[in-house]
Write a new protein. Structure first.
Length: 319
């Protein structure tokens, strides 16, 4: 008889997979970051499809480095929910995601569909595995590019007539959780699509994210939600993000976060109606651009087709 996977084994497997995938790629391009990721896990990980009994919509906008000419901006939306259960209580989840990101003359729009399966394990643990497939449309506004050096005009991305490219995408995710702790692994651009129109052996590289957090009950209606993430993409620094949030009566959640060498964050999430939640995050830039552009704003709206309380699976990310 096979023994169920233990928490320690799952944790070790996740760490090994993260390290191997992070070391296997080079010359990456970083996908957009979001500060209030604790309020919008499905945008980060397809395994999160099915975490609500009914359909849940999340939509938001992030303006990075406000006041900086050509600064990155990101609009995002997703819809996910449970679509059925097996006789043993395992969950089938389905969802879709869209992201539109711009930074100066470069930008992309991504659309994908996701499926996840939540497996019951021993001692209150669950394991969710999910995959998303879709496409990215990349765009480069050549008219907005000012070349400081004549030789820069030899860059294949500049000389190519392909100012818009379409590439397939595939994401994969794992999420193991109970009422007190959760661990997650997200792999974006799993297949690393090539775009030879912008240069020989040019690819959009794989990105790997590792997430973890817990729930600590405090006095009365208060609870404490520490969480952290590590995000890897070859050719870019590792992004380390830690957050400490307090929750009051499952109505308001607030706290602070820190991203290594780049930002200090203030985060607020508020249930304003029985099935409507709003989130706001403000980043103080503490990196090299702090003098030119000191702040980043991020807004997120969540709408459930059923009441917020009691609508999620027993995961520490929600309890």
């Amino acid at each position: 008889m096979k023994r169920p996977m233990t928490k320690r084994l799952l944790f070790r497997l996740t760490l090994v997979a993260t390290a191997l995938l992070a070391l296997s790629t080079v010359d990456a391009q970083q996908l957009p970051l979001r500060t209030n990721w604790q309020f919008n896990y499905f945008q980060e990980n397809p395994a999160f499809a099915g975490f609500t009994d009914c359909m849940e919509l999340k939509a938001g906008y992030r303006q990075q480095w406000a006041g900086f000419d050509g600064a990155p901006s990101t609009a995002f939306a997703n819809l996910q929910g449970e679509i059925g259960r097996s006789p043993g209580g395992n969950i089938h989840g389905l969802g879709g995601r869209v992201t539109d990101d711009s930074a100066g003359p470069y930008g992309f729009t991504q659309l994908d569909l996701a499926y996840a399966y939540h497996l019951k394990m021993s001692q209150g643990w669950h394991l969710a595995a999910g995959a998303a497939v879709g496409f990215m449309q990349y765009r480069l506004a050549l008219g907005d590019i000012v070349l400081p050096d004549f030789q820069a005009g030899n860059d294949p991305a500049i000389t190519s007539n392909a100012n818009q490219l379409l590439a397939p995408t595939m994401d994969f995710g794992l999420w193991t959780y109970n009422k007190h702790t959760f661990w997650g692994l997200s792999i974006q651009n799993l297949i690393e699509p090539s775009v030879d129109q912008w240069g020989l052996d040019t690819r959009f590289r794989r990105h790997v994210g590792f997430y973890g957090g817990s729930l600590i009950r405090l006095e009365g209606p208060w609870s404490f939600h520490p969480a952290g993430s590590l995000r890897f993409s070859a050719g870019a620094p590792v992004a380390v993000d830690v957050q400490a949030l307090f929750d009051y009566d499952e109505t308001v959640r607030f706290g602070i976060g820190y991203r290594n060498e780049t930002a200090l964050s203030g985060i607020l999430t508020l249930n304003i109606l029985e099935n409507v939640t709003v989130g706001y995050a403000y980043d103080w830039n503490v990196g090299a651009l702090s003098q030119a552009a000191s702040s980043t704003h991020e807004f997120t709206l969540g709408i459930l087709a059923c009441p917020v309380r009691g609508s999620h699976v027993p995961c520490a990310a929600f309890q």
